[in-house]
Design a protein around this ligand. Structure first.
Ligand SMILES: Nc1ncnc2c1ncn2[C@@H]1O[C@H](COP(=O)(O)OP(=O)(O)O)[C@@H](O)[C@H]1O
Ligand SMILES: [Mg+2]
Length: 553
């Protein structure tokens, strides 16, 4: 029979145990609450240690986690340590296979080791004894941190005085450690997933193409930075919106087709005008998004900036045209030159002989004028097809612009055309052939003047900007814009071709010469024109590169 006293003691013990269990439950609940917020793992480790210190009265405690790659036990967080102890714990991870001590034994076997009085303990390893010289523990307990059967680390606590832990205390600590391990593992998985998602997001954000994801209800689910840039809308404005609210009809039709009819890849080219008069070209493609869960899961839209590719293509086409036409015209010019010289000579001879016949005189003068004109064209053709390499010197481009305007001053005055300038005055010295560049500007300006009605205006403007051409280097943008008759769309592609002219007296060689000169200077030229509104010739000079360069001085 148990005495009342014994019974009371037993009740007290149970009560104490129940309290502790309650405390542990509250702690585990508190720690697991951290998972609801984006708490970092350090916060969780810290909270586990605080709670175990509070419940089991440890003086010092530490969490050591197994680093599987190195097979080491590494201190991750400690409580109650001095600076020196902390340094020691962190600087010396324990080698699980070779350093035999209580911690590594727990990590290997998953057994809890409790030592009430280290000094009188017989069951210590060599290494344990060596360590105790530093740690000076009195009593200590090390419990494994386990998930299912896998041991992920060790929770260790010690007390300065002798620690009397009952069997049930040890059991409670072990179960607390198990709960803590699960929370730690969830946190680890959470961060792993978050990190993986971050990587995916980073890749998407820094992709050179615009990418949008569309859900099965045809709403925009995600959009990257480049896509925001291309569609000129911030993500807040487009996320969750139906595609029909954001994109043009033809593009929406394409997406619908891709999603509804399960067509995989569709492609469309979109041309768009920029504010500065240049044109941009985008390739829009959509492909069905395949999800492992359900197979009708929307689409991915890719937007690719093709402006540069298109311009290069166009330039190559022109260069190709120019060089073959150039070669052909050069040989024709050569063939014509000699017979023409003899025709010229003979007509002059005839006109001298027929000096009294006025009618014949008029005819022969006409012939001579015609011959002069043919000669002029031949000279231009030969100039154009001759491969004169430019002779580059450093100079200020604004000076060349002013000189070119002066050269056509007569024509401008007679047509009462005003030249307006909006020139950047901080352009560094550039490397160019002044004669050739002047020639190019004069040709463009003359065309502008010829296209502009009396009293019209030509605007020359320039500015420096980070161009997407030439790999994003700084470029000088120069535009020569008139408010003249404009160029019909169907002619735009031809104006750089030799002999293409719409003028009665035109040679059609001006712009081919311009093109050749600019090409030799590594300058891109783009034309934008609206009939009866005007024309804008826009040139992009790279400020660093092959042709034009910053002066080093
Ligand atoms: N500023 C402009 N406005 C309208 N049309 C232009 C302009 N510049 C060039 N063009 C068109 O391009 C054609 C080719 O120009 P170009 O090669 O200089 O030859 P040309 O001036 O001898 O005709 C012109 O005939 C004209 O139709
Ligand atoms: Mg011309």
């Amino acid at each position: 029979m148990q005495s009342n006293k014994q019974l009371l003691e037993k009740i007290d013990r149970f009560k104490g145990e129940l309290d502790k269990r309650g405390q542990i439950l509250a702690s585990v609940y508190g720690i697991s609450q951290l998972l609801n917020r984006p708490a970092n793992r350090d916060k969780i480790l810290k909270s586990i240690l605080h709670e175990s210190q509070k419940i089991f009265g440890f003086t010092r405690c530490v969490i050591l986690l197994i680093n599987k790659e190195d097979n080491k036990l590494e201190a991750k967080y400690c409580l109650g340590y001095t600076l020196e102890e902390e340094e020691r714990a962190f600087a010396h991870p324990l080698r699980i296979n070779t350093q035999l001590c209580r911690e590594t034994i727990v990590a290997k076997t998953g057994r809890t080791i409790y030592i009430r009085d280290i000094e009188n303990e017989t069951d210590l390893t060599e290494f344990d004894r060596k360590m105790e010289k530093f740690w000076k523990r009195v009593s200590t307990i090390a419990v494994p941190l386990k998930i299912n059967r896998e041991i992920i680390g060790v929770l260790e606590g010690d007390r300065r005085q002798k620690m009397v832990l009952s069997k049930s205390d040890i059991k409670l600590l072990t179960s607390f450690a198990n709960q803590a391990s699960i929370i730690l593992e969830i946190a680890r998985l959470y961060y792993q997933i978050a990190a993986e998602r971050n990587i995916a997001e980073n890749i998407l954000e820094s992709a050179p193409n615009g990418i949008l994801a569309i859900d099965q209800y045809k709403r925009i689910g995600s959009i990257n930075r480049k896509a925001e840039e291309i569609i000129r809308m911030k993500r807040q404005r487009v996320l969750g919106k139906p595609i029909a609210d954001i994109f043009r009809h033809d593009i929406v039709d394409m997406f619908n087709d891709s999603i509804d009819n399960h067509n995989t890849v569709k492609y469309l080219e979109v041309v768009r005008d920029k504010k500065d008069g240049r044109t941009e070209v985008y390739g829009v493609s959509s492909s069905r998004l395949k999800s492992p869960l359900n197979d009708g899961a929307g689409a991915i839209i890719t937007l690719q900036d093709l402006t540069e590719i298109k311009q290069t293509e166009e330039m190559l086409r022109r260069v190709d045209n120019l060089s073959s036409l150039g070669r052909m015209s050069a040989s024709i010019a050569h063939e014509i030159r000699n017979p023409l010289a003899s025709i010229n000579f003979n007509v002059q001879l005839l006109s001298k002989k027929m000096v009294y016949d006025q009618e014949m005189q008029r005819i022969s003068n006409n012939i001579l004028e015609g011959i002069d004109r043919i000669n002029m064209i031949i000279k231009l053709t030969l100039d154009f097809s001759k491969n004169v390499s430019p002779s580059m010197t450093y100079g200020y481009i604004n000076d060349i612009i002013e000189e070119s305007i002066t050269l056509i001053d007569q024509q401008l005055k007679s047509q009462k055309i005003e030249v307006k300038r909006d020139l950047c005055n901080s352009i560094p010295q550039l490397l160019f052939d002044p004669h050739q560049l002047r020639n190019a500007f004069v040709n463009i300006l003359l065309n502008a003047a010829e296209a502009t009605p009396r009293g019209g205006a030509i605007r020359i403007s320039s500015r420096i900007e980070q161009s997407t051409m030439f790999g994003g280097t700084r470029s000088l943008l120069l535009s020569i814009k008139d408010n003249g008759i404009g160029i019909p769309q169907e002619n735009l592609k031809k104006i750089f071709d030799p002999f293409f002219t719409t003028k009665q007296e035109g040679t059609g060689l001006g712009l081919s010469i311009v093109h050749k000169i600019l090409e030799q200077h590594n300058v891109l030229i783009d034309v934008k024109s609206r009939e009866s509104k005007g024309t804008n010739f826009c040139m992009i000079f790279p400020l660093k590169g092959n042709g034009m360069q910053h002066a080093e001085i």
